[in-house]
Design a protein around this ligand. Structure first.
Ligand code: ADP
Ligand code: MG
Length: 263
């Protein structure tokens, strides 16, 4: 190994915000306030191509705000965010392109109630990507097949279970060929028996090489699918580590306290 190649020792992988892969998302010294509340405090996070980063932390620690800031649903005061090397656009066409590149799945499914499942998935590619209807439908059917709801294609969202709707929401995001997928507590609003069907889709997406940032309380998913766990508290990234290290050997008192309450 020549000197320019960093050694992949356990300590190197443990290093904060380090990834060995080509960066897709770079959050660089980002600060954000809501009035007097300093909700993101000097956040640094690099997510490489194919990385699966699970964000954990107590309620109110800034996890959703971080996701929304990466997608420019929120503004921020200082620092910078790069997606595939490009700074976040403020508005206009470039912002629409960014929203297509950064897929987001929320706790609530946010499907269009008056469109069929198939239309929900084809709408973005036709409107924002300029795809023709036939090509968009072909791709949508492949994606609905992949998430296991192809048979529901002509139904309306209200006719589907919560788990099915969330899988459609994932397919809808994937139809835009995003560079990264953000998930903000995608299973929190689901009945318990539907959680696994959504986590299974996310796990297979992770295995397929999708770059993912996932806020979740599902520790099984974090252990199984995450390359890295990022622990947030009070607007800060307190520590990040491999899931094995984080769950067995958390460093900070805030992480230990958090884990003692949930495990
Ligand atoms: P988490 O997702 O980790 O639970 P959030 O990012 O939702 O945390 O919230 C972080 C903090 O910012 C909380 O104290 C919350 O009350 C506050 N907050 C979130 N959104 C807003 C908003 N739109 N206006 C004012 N305060 C907000
Ligand atoms: Mg949240």
């Amino acid at each position: 190994m020549d000197d320019s190649t960093p050694a992949m020792t356990p300590d190197a992988t443990r290093d904060a915000d380090r990834t060995t892969r080509e960066p897709v998302v770079v959050v660089d010294h980002v600060n954000k306030h809501f009035g007097d509340l300093h909700v993101l405090k000097d956040i640094n996070l690099t997510v490489g191509k194919g990385d699966v980063v699970v964000v954990l932390g107590p309620s109110g620690s800034g996890k959703s705000t971080l996701c929304r800031t990466i997608n420019r649903l929120e503004t921020f005061e200082s620092g910078q965010i790069l997606i595939d090397g490009q700074p976040l656009p403020e508005e206009g066409k470039a912002l629409a392109q960014l929203r297509a590149d950064v897929g987001m799945v929320f706790q609530s499914f946010n499907l269009f109630a008056h469109k069929t499942i198939l239309q929900n998935v084809t709408l973005g590619p036709i409107k924002a990507r300029g795809q023709n209807k036939a090509a968009a439908e072909k791709r949508a059917l492949e994606l609905l097949e992949r998430v296991g709801v192809a048979q529901q294609k002509d139904k309306y969202p209200a006719q589907l279970s919560g788990g099915q709707q969330q899988r459609v929401a994932i397919a809808r995001s994937l139809a835009m060929d995003p560079k990264v997928m953000l998930f903000d507590e995608p299973t929190s609003a689901l009945d318990p028996e539907m959680i696994n069907e959504v986590l299974d889709v996310m796990t297979s997406l992770a295995k397929s090489g999708m770059t993912m940032i996932v806020v979740t309380h599902e520790m099984g998913f974090a252990r199984r699918a995450a390359d890295r766990v990022v622990f947030m508290a009070d607007g800060e990234i307190v520590e990040q580590n491999t899931p094995e290290e984080f769950f067995t050997n958390a460093q900070s008192s805030r992480a230990k306290d958090f884990l003692s309450k949930i495990l």
